[in-house]
Design a protein around this ligand. Structure first.
Ligand SMILES: Cc1ncc(COP(=O)(O)O)c(C=O)c1O
Length: 392
């Protein structure tokens, strides 16, 4: 019996090592990684520059604490703010949930600065923002919330991809101070809103003077065709949360907060022991520089479109396929039933991905995937679906 807390339903497989888009298990079997450990290892495994950075930084100083200046943190902040193209400041945490928590704290600070006693935040149906108490309730997963009640105060939930619902809520309740939104919802099955949704949210946030908080933890870092997903709407959020792919596997979370709101945080009002440590920031600087200098986001757009187009063609008319959706290398194929078992079949065929929202094959391949590997995904997914339903 394992002494691990039983919160994960793990596949009976262990990785021995990885190389680029490939993973090798402890029995020497090879798998195409169409998952990236949930959108984390965007540059693939054992990326030479990232590995070299981690090794050299580990040999210098891994941890410093924020009682001293951390040059890697300053450099990463400069880089992210430059990429965001905003007058802003950055803060570093250890995970996506912590990054979103920082956005929630920002919203409350903003509300209190306007003398609102119980500031409220609009959150979305279908949202996922992490596993802390605040983020499970900002998210919409009943499963993630079950047993952890009471919810935090001040959340107003509206339908995703429905700007009118946001406006109705804003009109009704003057204590609303922010809107928290994912540009694409990953955990609820890769839900892509209409092209102008984020533009409408931005307009409403301006009109009602509330903060636009954009959670790019999963869809950011080049995965959907631009470094930040919201860039495609040509808008600037008031704050952005990042994590997952930011340091290619070294734990890190980040927030980019626009001026003047960034100055609501004062000395001592927020912090983290590990947050922004030299190792994670060094790994993130190299990861970001690689994504930008090689334009891997363009490859994500190109290969993602190929997979999307190909699956639409090959699965057209398949009565078990409810929908195919996504952007760049964040793709979902929704089936007509719960389909976790298809993962066992996938492993037999030498590919790994995961299931989101119980019924959706979620593909999150590395941004560095090439034409041949993309073709493998295009061939394997329809084959797997056919075999899966033939077996059932
Ligand atoms: C959009 C989004 N926000 C936040 C999180 C939480 O990130 P973490 O698991 O690093 O806390 C996730 C994780 O899946 C996510 O997809």
């Amino acid at each position: 019996m394992s002494h691990l807390l039983g919160v994960y339903n793990q596949l009976p497989i262990q990785w021995e090592h990885g190389e680029g888009v490939w993973l090798f298990d402890t029995n020497g079997n090879k798998y195409l990684d169409a998952f990236c450990g949930i959108a984390v290892t965007g540059l693939g495994h054992n990326h030479p520059a990232v590995t070299a950075t981690i090794q050299s930084q580990a040999a210098k100083v891994i941890h410093a604490s924020n009682v001293v200046q951390i040059p890697q943190q300053m450099e990463l902040a400069d880089r992210l703010v430059e990429l965001a193209g905003m007058d802003a400041k950055a803060f570093f945490n250890n995970s996506g949930a912590e990054a979103v928590e920082t956005l929630l704290k920002l919203a409350r600070l903003y509300g209190h600065s306007k003398n609102i006693e119980i500031p409220k935040i609009i959150v979305m149906e279908g949202a996922f923002h992490g596993r802390t108490i605040a983020t499970i309730f900002a998210g919409a997963s009943a499963k993630a919330q079950a047993g952890f009640e009471p919810a935090i105060h001040g959340l107003v939930r509206v339908k995703f991809n429905d700007a009118a619902a946001i406006e109705t809520a804003l009109k009704l309740d003057k204590d609303i101070v922010a809107v928290l939104v994912e540009p694409i919802q990953g955990e609820s099955g890769v839900q892509v809103p209409s092209d102008d949704y984020l533009n409408k949210v931005r307009e409403l946030c301006d009109k009602y003077q509330v903060l636009m908080l954009v959670d790019e933890v999963q869809c950011g870092m080049g995965r959907t065709g631009t470094f930040f997903c919201h860039e495609q709407n040509k808008i600037k959020p008031d704050a952005i949360s990042l994590a997952k792919g930011l340091a290619n596997g070294v734990p890190i979370g980040a927030c980019i907060i626009r001026a003047p709101y960034c100055d609501l945080f004062k000395v001592g009002s927020h912090g983290a022991t590990f947050g922004g440590n030299p190792l994670s920031c060094a790994a993130a600087i190299t990861t970001v520089n690689e994504i930008i200098s090689h334009k891997w986001y363009e490859n994500a757009a190109k290969q993602g479109k190929k997979i999307n187009d190909s699956l639409r063609k090959s699965l057209a008319g398949n009565k078990h396929v409810v929908d195919i959706r996504g952007k760049g290398l964040m793709l979902g194929v929704q089936l007509d039933k719960e389909c976790r078992d298809i993962l066992t079949l996938a492993l037999k065929h030498g590919i790994i991905f995961n299931i989101a929202n119980l019924n959706t094959i979620r593909l999150l391949p590395p941004l560095i995937i090439d034409d041949v590997q993309t073709q493998m995904i295009c061939d394997l997914i329809p084959q797997l679906i056919n075999e899966y339903y033939a077996e059932a």
